[in-house]
Design a protein around this ligand. Structure first.
Ligand code: SF4
Length: 231
């Protein structure tokens, strides 16, 4: 079991699966840069989270309670986050309702499992918090306006738990992996911070310090040989 102070954001799993270095830059070095994709994503989440709780009925007349911005956490896996929407479906019997998390995403379904892992992590939190079984959820994609149903299979659960363990190990290490230029770097919101001017394999915070020193020295009219030498 993890301690409250050790909980890590569920969203970091996506960063980790996209690129371990991006995850370290954001969650170890504290860097964040917005690009069009992240701004659109935040706007979508704000819209999803802006409405009040509500209730609806299914065609069969069963009640569905809709919880928005539900706070989540798992002490077992050391994760915390917010679910855009969690539907609580009443069953035909008196038993507890079935939880069904829904995540809102910009764009369209991706080839990787990033989004499904994030949703599965939410399901693991809900299971622990409500002492229930969550067998499926959905991801709503704004570009295609389609809902993709996700089944929380044994394989997806394992991938999610493995990612959570890898995330904790990365954060504990405090070490940012070196940069490796890949095709996906073009879509990365941290591209300029990760490998500015082609300076691979350097700490981004060290880069920022050098940049600030360069601006200061330019302001005060003195040369910054260290920076120019790239050291
Ligand atoms: S630019 Fe590439 S290597 Fe750097 S954080 Fe982004 S995806 Fe990772």
């Amino acid at each position: 079991m993890y301690h409250e102070d050790d909980l890590l954001p569920i969203s970091a799993l996506q960063h980790l699966l996209f690129c371990e270095r991006q995850c370290a830059l954001i969650h170890i070095e504290g860097l964040w840069a917005e690009n069009r994709l992240t701004v659109e994503g935040q706007h979508l989440h704000r819209r999803a989270n802006s409405e009040e709780r509500e209730t609806r009925r299914t065609d069969e007349g069963r009640r569905v309670r809709i919880l928005r911005s539900m706070m989540l956490r798992s002490m077992k896996y050391g994760l915390t986050g917010v679910a855009d929407v969690v539907e609580l479906h009443e069953g035909p019997d008196e038993g507890p309702p079935t939880a069904f998390p829904i995540e809102y995403k910009r764009g369209k379904p991706k080839r990787g499992d990033y989004d499904r892992v994030q949703l599965c992590a939410q399901a693991l939190c809900i299971e622990e918090m409500l002492d229930t079984k969550v067998s499926a959820g959905a991801i709503f994609y704004a570009r295609t306006r389609r809902r993709e149903e996700v089944s929380f299979s044994i394989g997806l659960r394992k991938k999610t738990v493995d990612a959570a363990q890898q995330l904790h190990a990365l954060i504990r290490s405090g070490a940012t992996p070196i940069a490796r230029k890949q095709p996906k770097c073009r879509r990365c919101s941290l591209f300029d911070l990760c490998m500015p001017d082609g300076t691979f394999n350097r700490s981004a915070s060290a880069y920022l310090k050098r940049s600030i020193a360069r601006v200061k020295s330019a302001t005060h009219g003195s040369a910054d040989d260290q920076w120019e030498n790239g050291s």
